[in-house]
Design a protein around this ligand. Structure first.
Ligand SMILES: [Zn+2]
Length: 465
C-alpha cells in the first residue's frame, strides 16, 4: 500500500542556509559550472536561498509533471545533468538558489512553490480510475493525478474560510474511499451496480425522476467536480477520471466530453459509480468499467421507470424525446433497450449504424454543456467568491498556495476562454425555484449551489448569479 492516505502538514521553515540532508547542496559532480540566466535581484536571491534550504523534493516532481516536462528536458534547460534533477526530486541533494530560481521560471511556478510547509495530498496514479487507460500514456496519467492533488489543495485552503458541503457518500471515510460493507455503512457491492445506483438515489432523495443538474447534485453532496484541460492538448486522450483516495472525492471531467452534455452527464455518473463501487481502483479493469457503466445507466434511467417508456420497436423519434426528458444520449438509450431486452442484438447494431448515418448528415446534433449551468462545476469558484467577500483575495489565496493567478483560475475551473454574455435578470435562487415548481425536467438550469442560504459561511452566494 502506498502512502496516498498520508496527508502531511509541515511547519513553515525558517530561512536557513542551503544544506543537504545527506551531504550538502548540489555541486559540480551533478551540475555544470554555467548557471542559467535568471533574475538576480537581491530579494529574489534571498528568497531562493531560503527556499533552497527548505526544498520539498516532491514539489519539484509535482511541478515538473504538471508542466509535462521530462527530467532530461528540464536538465538541458538548466545546464545540469538529468541525474542532478533526479537527485533533487528524491531529496538526495538540494538545488542551489540559482537553480531554484531557474526551476521556477521553467516550470511556471513562484519560487516559493518548492518550499515545504504547505499541506500536501499524495495520490498515486494507480488510485485513480482513468476512463481511457489504454490510450493514456503513463506520464499523462501522472500529470492528471498531480492536477487532482492541486485541485484538492485549493479546496483544502478554501475550507479554512468557507464551510463546504460535507461529503455525503454512504460509507465514505476521508482518505479511505467508500467502504464496500460494514456495520455502519450501506453495503455497496461492486457486483451489484444497479442496486448501488438505486440505493444512492434513495440516499440522496432523488426519487425516480430524471436527475436534474447532475454535476450540481454531486457538488451539493460534497464531491469536487472539475472540468479542465489538465494535460494540455493531451487532455482529450486522458479523458475523465476520479479518485476517492483524497480527503474529498474528486471527479475530473474534460472539455472534450463537455461538447456533448449527455455524454458529459453519463461520464459524471460513471465516475460516481467508481467512487461508490471501487474503493480500490484497478485502472483499466474491464469489469470495473462495465460496472461503472451499469451504475451510470441505472442511476440516470432507473429500469423500473424507463422500461415502460422505451419503444417496443426501434423508434429514433421516440428515443430523441426520451433523451431530452431524461438527459441521456440516444446512444445510451439504444444500449439501454438492448440491456433491458426490448430489442434484439441485430436491431441494436442496426440502430447504432442508422444513428451514426444520420449524424453524418448533420442530424441529431450534439448539445454542449455550456448551455446547461447545472452541469458545470461551481463549488470551488463559489467558495472562492464567498471567501473573497470575507477578506481572502485571490492574490492572497494564490500566494498561500504558491501558484500563479492563471493557474489558480484554472484550478477553480475559471479558464473558460469562450467570451460570456451576461444578461442575468433573476437570481440563482429564483431560477432554482422556477425549476422546482411542478416540473422535474432535468434541463432547468440553475447556477445556485445552496438554496436560500443566508449564511455567508456556506458556498451559497446570494449576491452572484
Ligand atoms: Zn471508468
Amino acid at each position: 500500500m502506498n502512502d496516498h492516505r498520508h496527508l502531511r502538514s509541515v511547519e513553515q521553515p525558517q530561512p536557513p542556509e542551503p544544506a543537504s540532508p545527506t551531504g550538502g547542496v548540489d555541486d559540480s559532480s551533478t551540475a555544470t559550472a554555467t548557471p542559467p540566466d535568471v533574475p538576480t535581484r537581491p530579494v529574489d536571491l534571498q528568497l531562493a536561498a531560503a527556499v533552497a534550504g527548505a526544498f520539498d523534493a516532491r514539489r519539484l516532481r509535482q511541478a515538473r509533471l504538471l508542466a509535462g516536462r521530462t527530467k532530461r528536458d528540464l536538465a538541458d534547460a538548466l545546464h545540469v545533468t538529468p541525474g542532478a534533477v533526479s537527485h533533487w526530486e528524491t531529496g538526495t541533494t538540494l538545488p542551489r538558489p540559482d537553480h531554484v530560481m531557474k526551476l521556477a521560471v521553467e516550470l511556471d511556478v513562484p519560487v516559493g512553490f518548492f518550499a515545504a510547509g504547505r499541506p500536501y495530498a499524495v495520490l498515486d496514479a494507480g488510485d485513480a480510475h482513468f476512463r481511457s487507460l489504454r490510450s493514456t500514456p503513463a506520464y499523462q496519467r501522472r500529470r492528471a493525478v498531480e492536477w487532482a492533488e492541486q485541485v484538492w489543495e485549493v479546496a483544502h485552503a478554501l475550507e479554512h474560510r468557507v464551510h463546504l458541503p460535507p461529503v455525503d457518500l454512504p460509507g465514505y471515510t476521508p482518505g479511505d474511499g467508500v467502504l464496500a460493507a460494514g456495520p455502519d455503512t450501506t453495503p455497496f457491492h461492486a457486483a451489484h451496480p444497479q442496486a448501488a445506483a438505486r440505493e444512492l438515489r434513495a440516499h440522496w432523495k432523488l426519487g425516480k425522476d430524471p436527475v436534474a443538474h447532475l454535476v450540481r447534485t454531486m457538488e451539493k453532496h460534497g464531491l469536487i467536480v472539475t472540468v479542465a484541460e489538465f494535460a494540455g492538448a493531451a487532455t482529450a486522450t486522458v479523458d475523465a477520471f476520479s479518485t476517492s483516495k483524497l480527503p474529498r472525492p474528486v471527479v475530473v471531467l474534460t472539455r472534450e466530453r463537455a461538447k456533448d452534455v449527455y455524454r458529459h452527464r453519463f461520464t459524471a455518473a460513471h465516475e460516481l459509480g467508481h467512487l461508490l463501487l471501487h474503493p480500490d481502483a484497478q485502472p483499466g479493469d474491464p469489469l470495473q468499467e462495465r460496472q461503472a457503466d451499469a451504475f451510470a445507466a441505472e442511476f440516470l434511467t432507473p429500469a423500473d421507470r424507463i422500461t415502460a417508456e422505451l419503444p417496443a420497436r426501434m423508434d429514433l423519434h421516440r428515443l430523441d424525446q426520451l433523451s431530452r426528458d431524461w438527459g441521456v444520449g440516444v446512444d445510451s438509450l439504444i444500449y439501454r433497450c438492448r440491456e433491458i431486452g426490448t430489442i434484439s442484438e441485430t436491431t441494436y447494431r442496426r440502430s447504432y449504424q442508422r444513428l451514426n448515418q444520420m449524424r453524418g448528415l448533420g442530424l441529431f446534433p450534439l448539445e454542449a454543456v455550456s448551455g446547461y449551468p447545472g452541469e458545470q462545476p461551481v463549488l470551488l469558484t463559489r467558495a472562492c467568491q464567498v471567501a473573497e467577500q470575507h477578506g481572502l483575495t485571490r492574490h492572497a489565496l494564490a500566494a498561500q498556495l504558491q501558484c500563479t493567478l492563471p493557474r489558480l483560475r484554472q484550478l477553480l475551473g475559471e479558464d473558460d476562454r469562450v467570451p460570456r454574455l451576461s444578461l442575468a435578470t433573476v437570481t440563482a435562487d429564483r431560477v432554482e425555484e422556477k425549476g422546482k415548481k411542478g416540473d422535474s425536467n432535468w434541463r432547468h438550469s440553475a447556477t445556485g449551489l445552496a438554496e436560500n442560504s443566508s449564511d455567508p459561511q456556506t458556498t451559497g452566494c446570494d449576491t452572484c448569479c
